[in-house]
Design a protein around this ligand. Structure first.
Ligand SMILES: Nc1ncnc2c1ncn2[C@@H]1O[C@H](COP(=O)(O)OP(=O)(O)O)[C@@H](O)[C@H]1O
Ligand SMILES: [Mg+2]
Length: 437
């Protein structure tokens, strides 16, 4: 049971305990608290509790208003500090109102009060709390340390997301049984990597996601990072060619260095087919060198030794050569969704919407060949169309219409613009629906 009042008191209490106890370090603070006090590579003591810091840490907009009814708090009008006048009273008030869950998510409180709850174990709370290196503030300080300003082009090649910034979760995605199975395996492997190292099993932790665009490859990789609380390092391989050539191999090296320094993390390489393409073509020598560096770095990195999970993705498996395939120990197929999956995807994307007469199975019947991404587009069109009529409630008919519209657009996209029927290229020249082709 959380309330603004309780949230603010929890924060004040945590700050007071943390400030007074040097045994505690940043791993003992919930991420949303410590980011407010992170400065020059450390959490600065004392944790000063002002309107600003409390609002930033708790999300409560008017913290003083939230707690001014309590007898044990006071605000210094001059400094803006909000503190307890009677800490003992604050503790009793707080402990009467919380359950063990609150302490499990706040190691500092678990440290101070864990002995009052059977279910709470300080070490376990500390262990499950996200490590500081997954926080945005830490990632930023690392990048600042690793790169000068004139190395900005490096940051076009990689994009790093903290798990807290990833909005998509595995619950938002409809997976095939095979995908679920692979994800489950890799989650277990990450959990037990000490054991795997012990028994000498190292050939694990390199996945290749294969499938047409829009089937969820990027989304699953990100959701995995979110689920496992790991930083997500995304490399856009096609950016290698747009780099200053002399620097590309060095930048590839640096990418792997970033991943190792951020570990445990996920290193995601989109457009992996790019690798094979450059090897086959007569690209510039510097680019070939960069790609060879890349392949070598992939060989050397390991989930077991470096705590880096490597995920490659490609829309064009046919373009991969043996050298590329060989580097992955699991291939995960991302097919276009079947009717059952399409129906589930439609249920998920309409989760927060009202649709009159909603029949996802009927819609699934009409959307053979569409991907998850296509289905999202269909829904977007339906929503926008309804809005033009000032409606925020959709109907099944709206969705059917959007599907027809999508297919029409798809036809246009695939049409040969030169040899195509000139009629359909002219507004009003066709109704756009039943022209054969
Ligand atoms: N199986 C799926 N379940 C739910 N949403 C999906 C699925 N596949 C794709 N999407 C949605 O389609 C969009 C594009 O997916 P994305 O992960 O970028 O595909 P890819 O990387 O394979 O091209 C995302 O918004 C994603 O949520
Ligand atoms: Mg993608």
């Amino acid at each position: 049971m959380s309330s603004p009042e309780l949230d603010v008191v929890e924060f004040l209490l945590t700050a007071a305990i943390y400030t007074g106890n040097r045994d505690l370090d940043e791993r003992d603070l919930p991420p949303r608290y410590r980011q407010v006090f992170w400065k020059d590579g450390a959490v600065e003591r004392p944790l000063t509790t002002t309107t600003n810091t409390i609002a930033a840490a708790t999300g409560v907009e008017r913290p003083w208003e939230a707690i001014s009814g309590l007898m044990f708090t006071d605000r210094d009008d001059f400094s803006g500090k909000i503190e307890f006048t009677d800490r003992g009273m604050a503790e009793s008030w707080f402990l009467e109102r919380i359950s063990a869950d609150a302490l499990v998510e706040n190691p500092t409180l678990a440290y101070a009060f864990g002995d009052r709850f059977d279910e709470v174990d300080y070490e376990a709370a500390r262990e499950t709390n996200r490590p500081i290196h997954a926080d945005r503030v830490w990632i930023d300080s690392l990048l600042e340390e690793m790169f000068d300003e004139d190395e900005e082009e490096m940051l076009d090649l990689v994009e790093i997301r903290a798990p807290e910034e990833i909005k998509i979760t595995l619950d938002d995605l409809v997976l095939t049984a095979d995908q679920e199975n692979e994800i489950h395996k890799i989650v277990k492997a990450i959990e037990h990597r000490d054991y795997l190292a012990e028994i000498g099993l190292r050939e694990i932790g390199k996945l290749l996601f294969v499938g047409p665009p829009g089937t969820g490859k990027t989304s699953v990789a990100r959701a995995l990072a979110q689920d496992l609380d790991l930083p997500f390092v995304e490399v856009k391989l096609s950016m290698i060619t747009s780099q200053y050539l002399g620097e590309t191999a060095k930048n590839v090296d640096k990418t792997f260095e970033i991943a190792k320094r951020l570990s445990p993390c996920i290193l995601f390489m989109d457009e992996f087919d790019f690798v094979a393409k450059t090897r086959a073509s007569d690209e510039h020598a510097a680019i070939k060198r960069a790609v060879n560096t890349l392949l070598k770095s992939i060989d050397e990195i390991s989930l077991i030794q470096d705590d880096v999970l490597l995920i490659g993705a490609t829309n064009h498996p046919d373009q991969l050569d043996a050298a590329a395939w060989r580097r992955f120990d699991e291939i995960v197929n991302f097919p276009k969704p079947d009717a059952g999956m399409r129906s589930d995807i439609l249920r998920i994307v309409t989760r927060r919407m009202e649709v009159e007469g909603f029949d996802p199975d009927a819609l699934a019947e009409e959307t053979e060949g569409l991907t998850g991404s296509d289905l999202r587009l269909v829904l977007r069109e339906a929503v926008l169309d309804a809005l033009t009529e000032e409606r925020t409630t959709l109907t099944q008919a709206d969705l059917m219409e959007a599907i027809a519209g999508f297919e029409e657009r798809d036809n246009l996209k695939n049409m040969d613009m030169i040899e195509g029927d000139p009629d359909v290229l002219i507004a009003g020249g066709s109704d756009g629906h039943d022209h054969d082709h």
